[in-house]
Write a protein that binds this ligand. Structure first.
Ligand code: FES
Ligand code: MG
Length: 595
């Protein structure tokens, strides 16, 4: 390796500025790296550590980092591990989504402002993956991702219990008085038997799988369960590989091409991936400067069948996914149909075609061959209308019950009309959902608003709403739900989500009133309030007169800062001013000395 090409040289070996060089070196020598070694031309490899006691999903990375270090050392690099702002999906209030852009900002600053030549991104829990990838894309130094891996399968009385998915089921069981509160907690806890991220095809398994499909982690890395021996080995191989990437100067911008995003969209349909994926991938694309729109998710992904039989769309869990072949086996099925841009580069130094071609499915119950899918056309549909400029629906989770009730009108099989029931935030929904005065029945459509990036703030996973308990007792499990928030990837609800613009940003949902007729047409991909344009205008004027749709007061400085500059979900909910900063390691040079 030519040491003069390393950005860390500007800190550790700059004869033109000996004062500063000495100042930079003396502190790093404090933990056992000698001056000779720091100046020997070895690359400095950061391990961006997302695990901590606050982040149990990623906490196993504290262990894996030891093997990553050994791999880095073996190839002649110097590892430096540092903490990333923790993001814990189920612990952080008001929502972990508020922190994705905060962790992104922090990591950009660290990767750019310290002597770092390459970075291992320790990904896992939902937002940690996009936050790390987005930062690596903005800074654009060699970067490789390492999944922490899913938890082991959860079990309860001989049945698989999957993270998150069991919550929705247990909630219905409690509403139907089949279990009590203690039974509810016990059932839910059974789904989390080990270290690792959610074992269902929720946002974590989705985003880790897509990080691999994008080419940002080594083939096979996404699916290995966290406690497995193979996971330790993958950590070691990842540490070894990043040193080679620095030598080759293989950067995120070399890997994250339009083709790799299209590959990821198709893999997302085949795995039954989370509705959070478009938000995070669109954000990543913007930070790396690749054209990707919300419509691409339907155009490129809708026709792909569902191949992976994982909860919530199917029955199995993370360990089964790994044993069946993981991401490479899925990619190989798509390669067989010409659906993968096989030349897309990956961190391995080889193309995705070279990595995955010929990887056979090991268990066809868990990963189906392309010609025997679980469902045809399992991607997302992108809906538009006077309620919003875009919202998405995951077609793979439409249950037979839902299909029967709403999508079988002989005159118009993909359209239904209903009476809107509008909730302003989850507190309002919890307080009123079981109230008989709302007269909710199977012709009702439940709306959730005030749940977007500005309104919540941060965009919360609150759109999937259960039916009132009196309907559940009659066997009605899901009503159509629509909203400007998100839905957990572990939920199997057929909701219409991520509506943009949100009510708090002037979107049409703000104008809706309980009792309005709404029409959803999944064939034409429309969703509209059935009132005249004149009345809609009248309502808009009235709302604007009151200062627009209200949102709760800022509780922290970050809430206020982010609300002022965050975009809407259809374009990734990024910090809009940050998009102008691209490939800053190349475009902005090295930051000036600090003393
Ligand atoms: Fe962290 Fe699901 S809550 S991965
Ligand atoms: Mg979630």
């Amino acid at each position: 390796m030519d040491p003069s090409k390393l950005r860390s040289r500007a800190w550790f070996d700059n004869p033109d500025n000996p004062d500063m060089t000495a100042l930079y070196i003396e502190r790093y020598m404090n933990f056992g790296i000698s001056r000779e070694e720091l100046q020997s031309g070895k690359p400095i490899i950061a391990i961006a550590q997302t695990g901590s006691d606050l982040s149990p999903c990623n906490r196993h990375h504290l262990e894996l980092a030891k093997r990553v270090r050994e791999g880095i050392r073996e190839e002649g690099g110097i590892p430096l591990e540092f903490p990333v702002h923790p993001i814990q999906e189920t612990g952080k209030r008001p929502t972990a989504a508020l922190d994705r852009n905060l962790a992104y900002l922090g990591l950009v600053e660290l990767l750019y402002g310290y002597p770092i030549d390459g970075v291992v991104l320790t990904i896992g829990c939902d937002k940690t993956t996009p936050a790390c990838l987005m930062a690596a894309a903005t800074v654009n130094i060699p970067a490789i991702a390492l999944s922490v891996g899913p938890m082991l399968n959860g079990w309860f009385r001989g049945q698989r219990t999957g993270s998150g998915t069991i919550v929705w089921k247990a909630r219905e069981m409690m509403a139907a008085s089949e279990i009590d509160y203690a039974g509810f907690v016990e059932l839910v806890a059974s789904s989390a038997p080990s270290t690792g991220y959610c074992n269902t095809m929720g946002t974590a398994t989705t985003m880790n799988s897509l990080a691999e499909a994008l080419g940002m982690q080594l083939p096979g890395s996404a699916a290995i369960p966290a406690p497995y021996r193979d996971r330790q080995e993958m950590a070691w191989r990842t540490g070894k590989r990043i040193v080679g990437m620095v030598e080759e100067d293989l950067k995120p911008s070399d890997i994250l091409s339009r083709e790799s995003f299209v590959n990821a969209i198709r893999v997302n349909s085949a795995i039954g991936g989370s509705t959070n994926a478009p938000i995070h991938l669109n954000a990543l694309a913007r930070h790396v400067g690749v054209e990707l729109s919300i419509d691409d998710w339907q155009t490129e992904g809708e026709d792909i069948p569902l191949l992976v039989n994982l909860q919530p769309a199917g029955e199995y869990l993370g360990e089964d996914y790994y044993h069946a072949g993981g991401v490479p086996a899925v990619v190989n099925q798509l390669i067989g149909q010409g659906l993968i841009h096989v030349d897309a580069k990956t961190v391995s130094g080889r193309s995705i075609g070279e990595n995955c071609r010929g990887v056979e499915i090991v268990d066809e119950n868990v990963i189906r061959p392309y010609d025997r899918p679980l469902k045809e056309r399992a991607g997302f549909r992108v809906l538009k209308g006077n309620l919003f400029s875009s919202a998405i629906m995951k077609m793979s989770v439409i249950s037979p019950e839902f299909h029967e009730r709403y999508l079988t009108n002989p005159d118009d099989p993909y359209a239904f009309e209903g009476r809107a029931i509008v909730f302003d935030g989850p507190e309002d929904y919890h307080a009123r959902i079981d109230d008989p005065k709302l007269e909710i029945d199977t012709s009702s459509v439940l709306f959730m608003r005030g749940a977007g990036p500005i309104g919540y703030p941060g965009a919360a996973e609150v759109v999937n709403m259960r039916a009132p308990d009196y309907l559940i007792k009659k066997g009605v499990h899901s009503l159509p739900c629509i909203g400007d928030g998100r839905q957990s990837g572990t939920s199997g609800s057929p909701s219409i989500l991520n509506a943009s613009p949100e009510a708090a940003a002037g979107g049409g949902l703000a104008l809706l009133m309980t009792g309005d007729r709404v029409r959803i047409d999944l064939k034409k991909c429309t969703a509209d309030i059935l009132i005249s344009d004149a009345e809609l205008e009248e309502r808009r004027t009235a709302l604007e007169g009151k200062g627009g749709y209200p949102f709760p007061e800022h509780q922290t400085p970050w809430q206020e800062i982010q609300r002022a500059i965050v975009g809407q979900m259809e374009t990734g909910a990024v910090l809009e001013p940050a998009v102008a900063y691209q490939r800053i390691a190349q475009t902005k040079g090295i930051p000036r000395d600090n003393h």
